[in-house]
Design a protein around this ligand. Structure first.
Ligand code: 0A1
Ligand code: ZN
Length: 882
């Protein structure tokens, strides 16, 4: 690194700011060449930092051309301040004063999509985490909260819509074809929640009356031509607002709520106060262009960003180490919202699948970090599955430990104490503990210790005493920087099934009478035994119901026990889980066979178990569709000491083919039963039927028979909804059939005018497990529809290959690794966030064999050795090599 090695920032070094900024008046003059930002800041010394004495005022600022600085109306000479590439430093300032700066920026050249930038000719902003410093000089840290006014001036023809946070206070026309608008946001906020949008946009509008009678105007702005794809997002917003009132007692607090959808966005969406900015992927939907999963994701992300208005905006983070304070809590809230709107069990299964593949992989790699990290080099690298999804599991466990009523009391206390403040995860836990009286001191380790805890469970039934004893041992594996761990407080929810499959009433040793059929076992020590009384016959335990803690659990349950649970467990999640454990066990056994050169045989008992689920599938098609999917290649990898991507792929395909052939008639029949003729609908029942139908088709296609191919082609050409069309295309793209290429070409021609649909087309090809996948991906980089500057395109094509195609990405020759490193180096100078987000697979190199490790290391060394690397990519590459 020519700029010197970037330094780690540590939680233990946190100091409150030496200065506060109470008020910000921004004047943004938008231009085609230069945009001018005049900022008037009311600054004073922070009374809470008496020790700061006369500490200099060090404002953050990057890539800004400074035109002038004035203190209390007096313009400063260059000698009166210090200017560095990252800071503007003023010494000897009064205790309270007005600072006025004027800077110039060039949003049209901003390819990093952080700060003020352009997307399809429209101006928009992304300030989290540290983008505001690319707009003006400021104390760019979340514990500096100010009241803002924003005056935007721009060409009226090009930018008829001018938006910022808060309420529109005034607007007017200027002589030269320009116009202006002034927005005022009464709520103090950190600068990462600032937003500005200017452009040619159309909008859909709705009214919402809050529980206390405030009328709110809801608007969703999109580029012209997309008006017909706003409805679902708007309905989702209305539902979220109502849900937050009903479940959390939280109302919206302004008269307007605006959402703007932009095509170029690094992440999913952003919760800027009253002006959310979204990636189009999470707004635009109609059945012809969006899949059922897209519809569900839109509902979840719209809710997530809306929920941030309280959990994130009204109460925000003191520093970026506390990111999970807002993200873990808000993900938990959006998960529960989606569970209430759809099927709770199916939602939980999907969330756990995501956690177990993506987050467990992170926990096992070089970037493993606690939910509250204690150091970072580049904060943008910490918007992770650990902070978001494991963070949500931590809140879920608090909910479990406190119960719904006490949880709500804790939430109420949290807002009573901290509304308008920037606080820590400890503050949140303290409110929860104080409101409920539940001791969460050991539980707090979940915020500090990285790694996935492992639980080993054994059960012993004693007919003589009619007792059943569960012994639970916990270990937390070492992670980078944390070689030894303390035992955690893990809530393990269990039930016991009697011989008839019904839940037994539960009485633990020491209790006078039985109560309930599900219990939280508080696992707090390295080893503990829990004894259940009055258990006459050997029960089958249902362990970790609802996935009550984010752990890896192993047990001494037999295959027969698991089959029994699949059929009888009253906990729907665990009925699914039993099937996954059984499937995982069998597939991992076959992986060992494959590695040892033994013949592969799928046990008949497993085929029977799958047949039983399929026979019962129509009762709950959505659930069955989940239960009939074999554990994914990524998940199987997480269960192995050394991941063997080839063996995993071979075995899983073998199992799919065997099941396809053995149960061919059943798949065909279930497929036929779940084809829904007539009008297309995206209600939960129709979604479930489609999921099951497409799963059946996937199996049938795995058998490579002509009838299946006919069905698949028929579906591809005849379907009206994108769910069915893209599913068929995906199966075709994996198949050896000659019709494959025709369909791929046809799809592009049909959908080339819809960028989000073209993204799907790129992904399907990138994830095809056919041998030519990489060659195709390389060719597609030159396709006219591919744009390296558009994050969605990069994630679809390059990310699809690196993350969604393990067998081809990990090709033994290393060509997949070389390809990814080339793309990272090409992207880094344009967009470091996107470049660094592609590097996930490299951070897990230690999980592979020596030859693959060496190949990945060579690529990482090539990356680290490149001059001018961003801190984003440098951090991941260097940590992966450690
Ligand atoms: N806070 C947003 C996610 C987000 C984070 C960072 C971004 O830029 C680096 C953009 C968006 C959320 O949780 O939805
Ligand atoms: Zn969020």
């Amino acid at each position: 690194m020519d700029k010197g090695t970037p330094k780690a920032i540590r939680l233990q070094d946190y100091r409150p700011p030496a200065h506060r900024i109470d008020r910000v008046d921004l004047h943004v003059d938008l231009g085609e060449d230069v945009t001018t930002v005049r900022a008037v800041l009311a600054i004073r010394r922070n009374p809470d930092r008496a020790d700061a004495g006369t500490e200099a005022l060090t404002l953050d600022g990057q890539r800004l051309v400074l035109r002038s600085v004035a203190v209390d109306g007096r313009t400063l000479d260059a000698a009166d301040y210090t200017l560095t590439p990252d800071h503007l430093i003023l010494t000897d300032t009064p205790d309270a004063f007005t600072l006025e700066t004027v800077v110039e920026i060039k949003p049209q050249e901003n390819t990093a999509l952080e700060g003020l930038y352009k997307s399809s000719g429209n101006f928009c902003t992304q300030c989290e985490a540290e983008g505001f410093r690319k707009i003006t000089y400021f104390l760019d840290r979340p514990d500096v909260m100010a009241v803002y006014s924003t005056t935007i001036t721009g060409d009226k023809a090009r930018y008829p819509v001018l938006l910022s946070n808060g309420n529109l206070a005034d607007s007017g026309d200027l002589a030269d074809g320009r116009h202006w608008a002034r927005w005022e946001d009464p709520f103090p906020k950190p600068c990462y929640l600032f937003a500005l949008v200017a452009g040619t946009l159309v909008h859909g509008e709705e009214r919402f009356r809050t529980a206390s009678g405030r009328d709110v105007t809801l608007r969703i702005y999109v580029e012209p031509g997309n008006e017909d794809k706003i409805g679902h997002a708007m309905r989702s917003l209305v539902k979220s607002m109502r849900w937050d009132e009903e479940v959390y007692g939280l109302e919206y607090d302004l008269d307007i709520f605006n959402i703007v959808a932009v095509g170029d966005f690094n992440m999913g969406a952003m919760e800027n106060k009253s002006l959310n900015v979204f990636n189009t992927k999470y707004i635009l939907a109609k059945p012809e262009t969006a899949t059922d999963l897209d519809f569900q994701n839109i509902e979840a992300v719209v809710a997530h960003e809306y929920f941030h208005n309280w959990t994130g905006n009204r109460v925000t983070c003191r520093d970026w180490f506390q990111l999970s304070l807002k993200e873990g809590l808000t993900v938990f809230r959006d998960q529960e919202f989606s569970a209430d709107m759809n099927s709770r069990a199916v939602k939980r299964i999907a969330d756990v699948q995501g956690l177990r593949t993506v987050q467990f992989q992170e926990d096992a790699g070089a970037m493993a970090h606690p939910v509250r990290p204690d150091s970072y080099v580049e904060i943008n690298n910490f918007y992770t599955p650990t902070v978001y999804n494991k963070g949500a599991e931590v809140i879920r466990m608090i909910h479990t430990l406190l119960g719904a009523e006490n949880y709500r009391k804790g939430i109420d206390l949290y807002f009573a104490r901290h509304d308008g403040q920037a606080v820590t995860c400890d503050d949140f836990v303290a409110a929860m503990a104080d409101a409920s009286g539940v001791d969460l001191s050991q539980f707090q380790l979940w915020y500090r210790q990285a790694g996935t805890p492992e639980l080993a469970v054994t059960g012993r039934h004693d007919p003589a005493t009619a007792t059943y004893r569960l012994t639970i041992r916990q270990t937390v594996p070492p992670t980078p920087g944390q070689p030894t761990k303390q035992p955690m407080h893990i809530p393990v929810v269990v039930g016991l099934l009697g011989p008839d499959g019904a839940d037994l009433p539960l009485r633990l040793e020491g209790e006078a009478a039985a109560a309930g059929t599900s219990r939280i076992l508080h696992v707090t020590a390295e080893s503990q035994t829990f004894t259940f009384q009055d258990v006459a016959a050997r029960p089958v335990p249902s362990l970790l119901r609802g996935f009550s803690a984010p752990v890896k659990l192993t047990s001494d349950l037999s295959d027969a026990d698991l089959t029994f649970l699949m059929a009888h467990d009253s906990d729907a999640f665990n009925r699914w889980e039993a099937g996954q454990i059984l499937g995982g066990r069998i597939l991992l056994g076959l992986v060992a066979d494959q590695q040892a050169g033994r013949a592969l045989v799928l046990p008949d008992s497993y085929v029977d178990a799958v047949a039983a689920v399929l026979a019962d599938a129509d009762r709950d098609p959505a659930f069955a569709a989940q239960a009939l999917v074999l554990p994914t290649e990524a998940y199987l990898g997480t269960q192995m000491a050394v991941i063997d991507p080839d063996a995993i792929h071979t075995v899983r395909e073998f199992a799919r083919k065997t099941l396809a052939t053995a149960l061919r008639a059943d798949w065909l029949a279930a497929h036929r039963r779940n084809v829904t003729p007539g009008a297309f609908s995206v209600d939960a029942a129709a979604i479930g039927k489609r999921a099951l139908k497409n799963l059946c088709l996937a199996y049938l296609m795995a058998a490579e028979d002509a009838e299946a191919l006919g069905l698949c082609l028929g579906q591809y050409h005849g379907a009206t909804g994108m769910t069915d069309v893209i599913a068929a295309l995906q199966f075709l793209s994996n198949s050896p059939a000659a019709e494959r290429e025709e369909a791929i070409a046809d799809f592009y021609n049909r959908w080339k005018a819809e960028p989000l649909v073209v993204d799907k087309w790129f992904s399907v090809q990138a994830m095809s497990h056919r041998a030519d996948a990489l060659a195709r991906v390389r060719a597609l980089l030159d396709h006219p529809a591919f744009e390296i500057r558009n994050p969605n395109k990069v994630y679809a094509l390059i990310g699809g290959f690196a993350n969604g195609n393990p067998v081809r990405f990990h090709a033994a020759g290393g060509e997949g690794y070389r390809f990814l490193a080339d793309q990272v180096l090409r992207l880094d100078p344009m967009n470091p966030q996107v470049a660094s987000r592609l590097m996930g697979p490299f951070s897990r190199l230690r999980r592979y064999d020596a030859a693959r490790q060496a190949l990945m290391k060579a690529e990482l060394e090539r990356i680290v050795g490149t001059t001018g690397l961003s801190s984003d990519v440098y951090e991941i590459a260097s940590k992966s090599l450690e």
